[in-house]
Design a protein around this ligand. Sequence first.
Ligand SMILES: Cc1ncc(COP(=O)(O)O)c(C=O)c1O
Length: 416
Amino acid sequence: MPGPTTYFDPSDAHELDPATRSLFERRTKVMGSAYRLFYQDPVQLVRGQGTKVYDVNGVEYLDAYNNVPSVGHAHPRVAAAMAKQAGLLTTHTRYLSEPIVSYAEQLLATLPPAVDNVMFTCTGSEANDLALRVAKYATGNTGVIVTGNAYHGVTTEIAAISPSLGGMDSLADWVRVVRCPGTEVDFAEAVEAAISEMEAFGIRPAALIVDTIFASDGVFPDVAGLARAAASVRAAGGLFIADEVQPGFGRLGTGMWGFDRYAITPDIVTVGKPMGNGQPIAAMMARHELVDEFNRHSRYFNTFGGSSVSIAAAQATLDVLRDEGLIDNARTVGAYLLDALRGMGRFTEVRGQGLFIGAGLESEEVAVAVVNALRERRVLLSASGPLNDSLKIRPPLPFSITDADRLLTELDAVLP
Ligand SMILES: Cc1ncc(COP(=O)(O)O)c(C=O)c1O
């Protein structure tokens, strides 16, 4: 079975309790074999509230993992806004509508002024796909540079720039990979070498795209040389795309966006996951000159991208983020957790910023054992990194000091 072993192994189905096994078998029969489930003993969730989720037997779990319900599971303001809009109208961007324009204005106001257009999609994959199309039209180039274990999504074009999905063999011939941050290699030098190597094959760079928290590379909040790498790509005629699908919307506690920490103004920014607190909405934001160039080649429409209910969810999510001070909470609780995790002295390394933390263990086997043991103790998280040996801690943003203490207590009980 390809992929990290924090996933349930279907050959262990005989060990499941009869109800779980029956649902798993029904699911596999109709949904096929390509999906994965978390944990050796999969969890059947039926509801959530804030930082907690509840299984089919009413058992409560602390959610230390899910970044999509970012302002908290089943937030009443988001749910009410969606219900209200669903009862009024659900339509798309071929009609004039004030709420989508107002939301676009507020969203763009959180970005550097140069990034002044937003185009809505349903998923982060689509946002990145659109970003590459825009970059290729705008630069006239085709090359794309990515990090060693990057994940940017699932469309054919984006799977072809995502080494963590199908390995190096699945990448397109116009893609160049630079080593993961955290290795000995200087990031800017690696990008510059990739540009030269690409040019030796007659390919010029359209873009360097990075997840600005380097989540699938193992969580790296401060990568020296990122700004120089972006400048080098621009000097070679390409663009810098900040994939904010993971760190965006305040998770790092230092502002809205991961790239803010580097004092870089990206040419293109893509967002998704937490944007609608669970409603599928994502976006690509870019300088208007880039969008104008795209428009000379192609019109744009996405049936559900920016539909009325999605915009209502996104607006309510943005309102809650601001009104409940969740970025400050991410900073405060994140710092508390980072200190405490480092103080435990039981990780090889603890990296992170705000409520996005990677905690390294000796091996994948240990990480997988810890993840499964925590699940048994009703705490949900997962593992990440090229070797899958780091715990990935990335809870909903209302995660409190009490939640952090519960996570730390349970970790203390299961860590080797
Ligand atoms: C950094 C990054 N970019 C893009 C995506 C793709 O987003 P989606 O699953 O909404 O298509 C993901 C999803 O995990 C991601 O982590």
